[in-house]
Design a protein around this ligand. Structure first.
Ligand code: HMG
Ligand code: MG
Length: 302
């Protein structure tokens, strides 16, 4: 069966904007996040406390985070931020962040490209981050990139994904997000991986899915995940995004496309689709390119 409600983890302001060429002013980002919350999204990833040279688009995290943290409209909104290491954690905690995400990889190649570390070195880097965050009662998400295919290594064997999931849960992560960074997964692969994880003792309720729509499979993959018991789905308003460290990555599953499907299935999301579409149209004007989301296009040309 399908779940009655799905929690959408909105990543447009982070995964979306990290890959935009145009520099988006900090105030515009804050307004984007405010509008996303106004459209009913309750978990909005705000930014990353990473090295500013690695992700210049998010180099304004110190300026942006206090702007959104202090908005009364956002007092009930969870605002997770990415942190790769203790330096990032210090920056986030100083500003009062209460939800963080570390980001691992199921493959060696991407750990190297994204974190300048071997996979084991990356996991060792996260260990004190997760421990200290939990000590501060912060909620911790553990991302895994390249869970299905990797641009350098090809298809990714299930045991590699199982190993990293277990390492992140053992460390103390509250939830996981399985990333299809380059969008190569298909629904049968998604179902098989989720079954393999479940059999290996990774509880499905700890697992969210993070699909990129490179091959147009993100919605089909999401439906397969829901049929396997997943209830947390990552998506990006307007389908913004990609990944600067994986050339073949395009935008995430568009939140509007996801909401259209979920509401059609009678699944509750709490999202007001018209307000969300208006937000993505507003953002597309600022980025000077149309949203790639089919649902945004359909509903904004009515
Ligand atoms: P490194 O060069 O190995 O860093 O980068 P280091 O540890 O050797 O330190 C070098 C210098 O950087 C030091 O300064 C540090 O203080 C500084 P120095 O002493 O030389 O003056 N530094 C920092 N400064 C600010 N904030 C920090 C920080 N850390 C070190 N946090 C590092 C290692 C991890 C920092 C780097 O590789 C990095 O920032 N990577 C981030 C990459 C990234 O953000 N990728 C995108 C997010 S993941 C993603 O998009 C996938 C996802 O969407 C899921 C999916 O689709 O698969 C989540
Ligand atoms: Mg991503």
């Amino acid at each position: 069966g399908l779940p009655a409600t799905v929690r959408i983890h909105e990543v447009g302001a982070r995964d979306g904007l990290q890959n935009e060429k145009a520099t988006v002013p900090t105030e515009t980002k804050a307004e984007f996040i405010r509008r996303l919350a106004d459209a009913g999204l309750t978990t909005i990833e705000a930014t990353s406390f990473v090295h500013p040279k690695w992700v210049p688009q998010l180099a304004d995290a110190e300026h942006l985070f206090p702007l959104v943290r202090d908005l009364t409209d956002l007092s009930d909104t969870a605002l997770p931020v990415l942190v790769p290491n203790e330096r990032g954690l210090d920056r986030a905690l100083t500003l009062g962040a209460s939800r963080i995400a570390v980001f691992a990889s199921a493959t060696e190649s991407f750990a190297k490209a994204n974190l300048n570390r071997t996979l084991d070195e990356a996991l060792a880097m996260f260990e004190p981050v997760v421990e200290r965050a939990r000590g501060q009662r912060a909620h911790v998400r553990g991302y895994l990139s390249m869970c299905f295919g990797d641009p350098w290594e090809g298809p990714v064997p299930f045991p590699q994904v199982v190993r990293v999931c277990k390492a992140l849960l053992d460390m103390g992560c509250d939830e996981l997000s399985l990333g299809d960074t380059i969008g190569v997964a298909t629904p049968g692969h998604v179902g098989a991986l989720l079954s393999a994880l479940n059999e290996a003792g990774v509880p499905t309720h700890t697992v969210g899915v993070h699909f990129h729509d490179t091959y147009g499979q993100a919605l089909a993959n999401t439906l397969a995940a829901l049929q396997h018991g997943v209830t947390t789905v990552d998506a990006s308003a307007g389908g913004l995004g990609g990944c600067p460290f994986a050339k073949s990555a395009t935008g995430n599953l568009a939140t509007e496309d996801l909401v259209w499907m979920l509401h059609g299935l009678g699944i509750d999301t709490g999202v007001d689709l018209d307000r969300l579409v208006a937000t993505s149209v507003w953002m597309a004007e600022r980025l000077r390119r149309p949203s790639p989301s089919r649902t945004v296009r359909a509903l904004s040309h009515k």
